[in-house]
Design a protein around this ligand. Structure first.
Ligand code: SF4
Length: 312
């Protein structure tokens, strides 16, 4: 066994997705067009570096609309917001730009449409995550959250004739499939989305970890602790039998994690910028790695349009 890292193996794709790119660009363009401060409800994306960078440019992050002064410009984060938050922002007269990822908005629209047809919902997701709060908050009632297979037995819908299932976009693909199977077993007639709600970026980054993990001795995931999809990447590598650690920045990487590991796998969650990946590469090189090998993976060309009022 080698005593020091020899090779860095880079997952492909990794890092920023189209929804994160768009959300950050919305804040940057709002700052350029209207000047600081720009208020942002919740972290625009779950990454400490990105949030601090935007703070330094004049963004103010708030959780409560009471903290936004009259007449201010307000951006909703990529995770989306409930109807109540949308209505309150409108009632207070803020200039609002919605950075909700269009793939989350698609889920919101599906919920609204089916609710008008009389449907109730089972949502597969993580309690307390802002995306789940936003999606559940599209309706006043009638969405039942399940976090795992065990929760499925406890769901008590008001009726079962019109029942549909939706999911958070950043779940573990495999865990969600197991929960979905339990939901289908209990409610065989349940309506499922035509295309799964788990987004292309989550799917691709998890697929890339599946390709990378058998080729490495340890997996490092660049991502903030609050980032759902980053946590799922580290968790997936562990399920595949490879030790895995998440770091927000390169200085969090501990030399002992790499001790005796020759091949270091590296990936990044959808909210983690490439500059941080490069920082981690430099740190692993300083610990002995001499080569960087890039794996082949799905090519991503997705790009989402900016909201009206912020286009070039
Ligand atoms: Fe959109 Fe998926 Fe990126 Fe979330 S992870 S912002 S749903 S593309």
């Amino acid at each position: 066994m080698s005593a020091t890292p020899q090779e860095i193996v880079l997952a492909e794709p990794r890092g920023f997705c189209a929804g994160v790119d768009r959300a950050i660009e919305i804040v940057e363009r709002a700052l350029a067009r209207f000047g600081a401060p720009i208020y942002v409800r919740h972290e625009i994306v779950h990454n400490t570096y990105v949030v601090n960078d935007l703070k330094s440019k004049g963004a103010i992050f708030i959780e409560d609309l009471d903290d936004v002064p009259p007449g201010a410009t307000l951006v909703f984060s990529a995770h989306g917001v409930s109807k109540a938050v949308q209505d309150e922002a409108r009632a207070r007269g803020f200039q609002v730009f919605d950075a909700t990822c269009p793939l989350v908005t698609k889920v919101h629209m599906e919920v609204a449409k089916l609710a008008r047809e009389g449907y109730e919902f089972i949502m597969i997701g993580h309690k307390g995550h802002p995306e789940v709060e936003g999606t559940m908050g599209q309706l006043e009632s009638g969405i039942h959250l399940v976090e795992d297979v065990a929760d499925v037995a406890g769901v008590r819908p008001g009726q079962t004739d019109k029942l549909a299932v939706v999911t958070q976009t950043t779940l573990s693909v495999d865990d969600a499939a197991a929960i979905m199977a339990a939901v289908r077993e209990r409610f065989p007639q349940i309506r499922q989305p035509k295309q799964q709600d788990i987004c292309y970026a989550t799917q691709n980054r998890q697929d890339a970890v599946k390709v990378m993990s058998p080729q490495v001795d340890v997996v490092i995931v660049v991502g903030s602790p609050t980032s759902s999809n980053s946590n799922r990447l580290a968790e997936l590598a562990r399920k595949l039998g490879v030790a895995s650690y998440m770091v927000d920045r390169a200085d969090e990487l501990q030399a002992e994690w790499l001790a005796g590991k020759a091949r270091i796998g590296l990936t990044a969650g959808a909210s983690a910028p490439e500059v941080l990946v490069n920082e981690v590469i430099d740190r692993i090189k300083a610990l002995g790695a001499v080569a960087v090998r890039r794996l082949e993976g799905a090519e991503e060309t997705m790009k989402f349009p900016l909201p009206k009022g912020l286009k070039a």
